[in-house]
Design a binder for this molecule. Structure first.
Ligand code: PAF
Length: 282
């Protein structure tokens, strides 16, 4: 495994030869969820490239950027074991020699849910992912479905910028208690960590409830269930069309659904999502 701090050197090492190249962009503090992406990439591609970069332009809260966990040494060990060939672990200056002033507009996709609650977040994601794609020029890029909306935004970006890459969504990896794996879980207090599995439990209970309830009733049910734990506070829970990410006002036959939540657990903000809501999407 070769590790690069400079994009120009990584590009030169990758060369122009046509080799099926898979890419897993990450912000480090890697866990089993990331490992599953790298392993899938390893199975499907000749060459596996991983980036480890905490991208400042996607943080709308400076305190969140400061506290984001970082542990490159441990990350490199995990990546070597998972089969990565190339790692790009750059400085901010290498990725942004000059400030990126591009403003993207992906219609509704980046305006709802995370887009509404974290202004500028998806613009920063599009900035960094487009830069990383330009350096790595991957054939396939792997993203975890925990960031369900991020995948829709990146698909929209790839269409808009006409980048020839296949976006591969990968299932959420959960702990034995159901909590979706996230780098942020490491920041939870023991009390909040014990409460956090209630989020997935409520999302799943909501699926059952939704078979005989309206969208609004289901949203209320899930929100109240999570909020009934005094250590958790729902920022939003919304059931959306899984393709367009537009909020649903009623169940529609043939429309796949996704229930997406953001929950404050003490100082840590967690997101999660589950599909299959309503009487039709079973
Ligand atoms: O999902 C993430 O970890 C980040 O948003 C990404 C895609 C690596 C861009 O910084």
């Amino acid at each position: 495994m070769q590790v690069f701090n400079r994009g120009a050197e990584l590009s030169a090492a990758l060369g122009n030869e046509k080799v099926l190249t898979g890419f897993v962009p990450t912000m480090g503090a890697l866990h089993e969820g990331h490992v599953s992406l790298v392993e899938r990439c390893r199975r499907e591609c000749r060459r596996v490239v991983v980036s480890v970069f905490v991208n400042p332009t996607q943080f709308n809260d400076p305190a969140d950027l400061r506290s984001y966990p970082r542990n490159l040494e441990a990350d490199l060990k995990l990546l070597e074991a998972a089969g990565a060939d190339f790692v790009y672990a750059p400085s901010v200056e290498d990725v942004y020699p000059e400030p990126d002033t591009r403003q993207f507009d992906f219609g509704q996709t980046d305006k709802v849910m995370e887009g509404a609650h974290r202004p500028g977040h998806f613009n920063g994601v599009a900035q960094v992912v487009s830069r990383l794609f330009a350096i790595v020029q991957p054939d396939k890029a792997y993203f975890g479905e925990k960031d369900f909306q991020q995948i829709a935004v990146i698909r929209a970006m790839v269409r808009q910028l006409q980048i020839p890459v296949q976006i591969v969504p990968c299932p959420i990896v959960r702990g034995a208690d159901g909590l979706a794996l996230s780098s942020r879980n490491a920041l939870l207090t023991a009390e909040h960590r014990a409460a956090a599995p209630q989020i997935y439990a409520a999302l799943k209970a909501g699926v059952e409830f939704s078979r005989t309830a309206t969208v609004a009733q289901t949203e209320r049910f899930v929100t109240e269930r999570i909020d009934s734990d005094p250590l958790l506070k729902v920022e939003y829970f919304q059931i959306v069309d899984a393709d367009t990410l537009l909020p649903l006002d009623q169940w529609r036959e043939g429309v796949a659904t996704r229930g997406c939540a953001a929950v404050q657990a003490g100082a840590v903000r967690l997101i999660d999502n589950v599909g299959g809501y309503g009487p039709y999407d079973k």
